[in-house]
Design a protein around this ligand. Sequence first.
Ligand code: 0A1
Ligand code: ZN
Length: 817
Amino acid sequence: MDAPKEIFLKDYTKPDYYFETVDLSFSLGEEKTIVSSLIKVSPRVKGSSAPLVLNGHDLKLLSVKVEGKLLKEGDYQLDSRHLTLPSLPAKESFVLEIDTEIYPHKNTSLDGLYKSSGNFCTQCEAEGFRKITFYQDRPDIMAKYTCRVEADKSLYPVLLSNGNLISQGDIEGGRHFALWEDPFKKPCYLFALVAGQLASRDDTFTTRSGREVSLKIWTPAEDLPKTAHAMYSLKAAMKWDEDVFGLEYDLDLFNIVAVPDFNMGAMENKSLNIFNSKLVLASPETATDADYAAILGVIGHEYFHNWTGNRVTCRDWFQLSLKEGLTVFRDQEFSSDMGSRTVKRIADVSTLRIYQFPEDAGPMAHPVRPHSYIKMDNFYTGKFSIYLRSLGFLLSIVFQSNVLVFSFMKRVLISISKDMMSKLVTCEDFFAAMRDANNADFANFLQWYSQAGTPVVKVASSYNAEARTFSLKFSQEIPPTPGQPTKEATFIPVTISSSSTILRVTKKEEEFVFSDIAERPVPSLFRGFSAPVRVETDLSDDDLFFLLAHDSDEFNRPLVLNPKFIQGLGSVLSDSTLDKEFIAKAITLPGEGEIMDMMAVADPDAVHVVRKFVRKQLASELKTELLKIVENNRSIEAYVFDHPNMARRALKNTGSSEYKSATNLTDQFAALAALSQNPGKTRDDVLADFYNKWQGDYLVVNKWFLLQSSSDIPGNVENIHALQTTIIQVYSLIGGFCGSPVNFHAKDGSGYKFLGDIVVQLDKINPQVASRMLSAFSRWKRYDETRQALAKAQLEMIMSANGLSENVFEIASKSLA
Ligand code: 0A1
Ligand code: ZN
């Protein structure tokens, strides 16, 4: 392996050559695929003599031609990652033709062109296009594409790419072709191709200006009945973007393809979104409410990227937060409008606390805009976007509406359409546009973009009865992170209960005094989680119980263990004015990972025992209320996915769950999850029964894997060894195992060894998945000395493995640093 190279934001320079048009031609085959590209190149500076450096990885170069003339070996340089053309015609533009050979059937990295269940498909973000052909694989190369796909007609009857279908037809040898043309310029990370045996669910959407858009969701024919919810979600998203943002779809065709093998959730390729099947396929018997909600959110997310990301594109990968932050913000708003805003917010913040806060306190801590990266894939953790979602929320609070995002978009879109080339967007453009459009003072908000780490905000309150004043003193501290030992104060908006005012905390220490206050108030601070910070207040237990009972901001009702806590939860349980889904969330204890993240030295065993105890205690003390809830919220009618029904199921399943009588997977899976935590015959029988029923449905089997791997039963590592899985099931299996602290952190080191071995094996197959699994080690320094030594030994073992990928190298080396 060449030494991994770190890429720095400060080193950004404009490309020496632009690509105006790209005509691609794929001849797909079982053993090899030939990719021909014809590119119209123009130098940025007239008469430039700079070399043209193209990225390329795992490619076999067949030929290079410039202006139709075949280059000989000495005319170019080829290494394992680049093709360099040192002397090029001094013309305004010239034609470059490159033929390469690739082997999609061997591509298990699921990056570039690969096969999934016998079908061809692509994944090009962030830097997968270089595994398809030699190219300037960077977002600031925006070109118009055509794509001709040719393949065996019986094996691959459906041939798809971006844009509009221009022509198709049969050719000799039982083959056929399709020619696609995308009228919009795009960076290569949005290129897509799919070929295979697929059927489509078809529908149409008429935009408000009257364009009739043909909508198609492609899956194997037998899965089509499970695409109804995805189609509903797509149409809802298209309507919502028109109603809320005034944004219409800009082509006549929108395709979604579901594939079983996919590294991430989904991908927003222009007019040809490709999805992990689990985010498309759903039926009441095979998907839970959480799956239905995720499908709605992700279909929305990918669709919304059509504007925030595809039409307005990031200049470079350091600006990723522009497209992901804005789009996550938009999908969050969409899901909130379609369901319960509070419950959505609680779920999002909980994910932020589980993933982002620990990452921000570990070796991979990075600001919203990182300063450097080795492998961009490592910066796409769910955490990254979720953090941005929170910032988006923070911005919307500062400006009190979504209008800011809309005005930003309008402005940037207008300038981009005037001059696409020179208006690739950076975070500075984003802020300048918002500042101007909103005439706003951002103070030191930009610190969020350059400083890593989660701010800790301490709040002290005092009431002066004589002067009738109430004061709130804030102090903020951002802990040191790798490469950033000291931090500046940042802009923290604090929403408070006493008025609709937002306190703008911008200094290290700041005091706000409220006058004419008749009695000591109990302030509800950071309502709705107005900033992604850790808060430490001086509120007493009594103050907190007061808020539990009275806070009108559902988000801020706290959880503390105390007899009054049980009483408080009892009243929340029987409060018929509250949203049922909110009640379900309120009485669910935080997970073990979330609790450990708050400890100075994380103790997985203690957290496990105490949390279990609290759960048992609550169950016995609140038995009457819980049984009543079960009785009143049983599913009686056919499954419907809407907020009232989801909320009813969520609440019922916190009380009790019934495996045998369940009529949908939401209820049945809740029962299975509870049973899987108790070793014994019932557990074994029920798990076997479930597997026997669903062994033909890999998405359901995946859930079955997750349940077992995340089980707390003692010595679970042995059970996991016994379960055979495919690469993609590794996510459920290993992800679930590492997310279950008692077994992963077992003091005999068995959990760490299991992960270490898996990472080394997996890295040879799929580096993206391997590095994601490896992240479970990244906070090893937070545990006791014995565990630290065991985890460190595994990290060192991984670092010494031969042929380590850049993905795994980056995480392992930063973890050890
Ligand atoms: N842009 C996609 C997510 C995605 C990110 C990275 C990938 O490969 C490293 C693949 C997909 C989205 O927003 O859903
Ligand atoms: Zn996205």
